[in-house]
Design a protein around this ligand. Sequence first.
Ligand code: AHR
Ligand code: AHR
Length: 521
Amino acid sequence: MTGPRIRKGWRTVRAACSAAVLAAGLLMAATSPSQAVTQGPCDIYAAGATPCVAAHSTTRALYATYGGPLYQVRRASDNAVADIGPLGSGGYADAAAQDAFCAGTSCVITALYDQTGKGNHLTQAPRGHFPGPAAGGSDNVANAVEAPVTLAGHKAYGLYVAPGTGYRNNHTTGIATGDQPEGMYAVLDGTHFNGGCCFDYGNAETSGNDDGNGTMEAIYFGDNKGWGYGSGSGPWVMADLENGLFSGVNRGYNANDPSITNRFQTALVKGGPNQWAIRGGNAQGGGLSTYYSGVRPNVPGYNPMKKQGAIILGIGGDNSNGSAGTFYEGVMTSGYPSDATENAVQANIAAAGYSSAPTGTPGSLTPGSRISLRATTSCCTTGYLRHDDTDAKVVLSTLDSSSPAAAKAAATWTVRAGLANTSCLSFESADAPGRFLRHRNFQLYLNADDGGGGFAQDATFCPTPGNSGQGTSFQSVNYPAKYLRHYAYTAYIASNGGSNSWDSATDWAADTSWLVQQPWG
Ligand code: AHR
Ligand code: AHR
């Protein structure tokens, strides 16, 4: 077993008696004015006699008294690891500690710690089966800076699952098995999803295989229509019950499961003997809606359930790893939570104050801001860097105020902290989120992040004063002699003289110097 080192012996003593928890939370508030919260979601579940048996978050403590580690990061420069904790018991994540530890290099999230004390941590999953046959090795782990967020003004990071990324624990304690009742919720980015199988959080096979209908019970989020779907074009919250993403009692279509439009989505699934439900709501406020509540699906194999009690995040029960999504927090409970308990948890989530990370000043090289990049070479001073209509090649294209909106959008980039070096930058397409400017064979393309270290390197550029003395140049982090250049109206990374045609010394300094401008889109 070569998983990452998990810090042992981190134990938090908390009220064992659920009835005492509310009072204990208030007592803490009275005696400790700096306490961030008087109740966390798991205090609420405990008070409802359906206690958390797994609790994971990169953004905050999920018990008022929890002060242990939230997650572990590993940095690329020396493979050192660090635990990131909350800012005091019950508090928000200490993102500044991550930023300090990862400065000048990149970090991945190697573990999500279980806050319940049961040791149900999530670590790197084995290599997935889908698409294609199972391969050796492991899934990717998440880049630690790719999902910035704020909670009540505090900076934090979500866990960004690019296709290929996954976490799992096949050796759990206290998670429901067989037909035992359980509940679960997750707070997710409602705008980051795909149709791959399967962005899940919840109960799955301890074998890591598809062990048949009813051997898993997890929250699914995305727009996969292969098994089930709801109204509109998605994405939907569904339940992954194995060999089926269920949006209601029927396989396939269930009209009551809505398409999700919230930036932050609370997603809930619960299941017990011939009873289950899907619920959801806006994690920034308002109540929960019940998308389904009733008997098990009218398809053989799901009643009674045969749950096995592993925990998955970002993958399917059989390790299928084609999906994308972002996870901020989630728990699993023992027992079937009441709607009232879940409604109180939703209020707690809303009070946590999830909000998008600051957008930065438009036209500046600040992570979060939107920019357009204008050429400076005398041929081409109305030319801007854009991805072409096939969304793959990156070209220089003339734009003015009367250009079509689609062309303007394709020439607009969201500045991100560098995927391979947080002191440098990456450029995410404004109209194709999740796709980044990257070089391959020294030409630039717009590709989806695959979560791997090679992609991160190819998509990271370090800004320097313009090579011509004008504007800004962007140095490739893995080929430092090469800079972002246009050549024959196509974009490359190029050195000042070299073996490729686009390394031509003629106009190299001007071709590699760019003006960072107000975004077109
Ligand atoms: O149920 C949908 C998916 O089917 C499961 O997540 C996976 O195990 C299987 O491929
Ligand atoms: O673009 C140069 C290299 O070409 C990239 O690092 C790699 O992805 C490809 O082989």
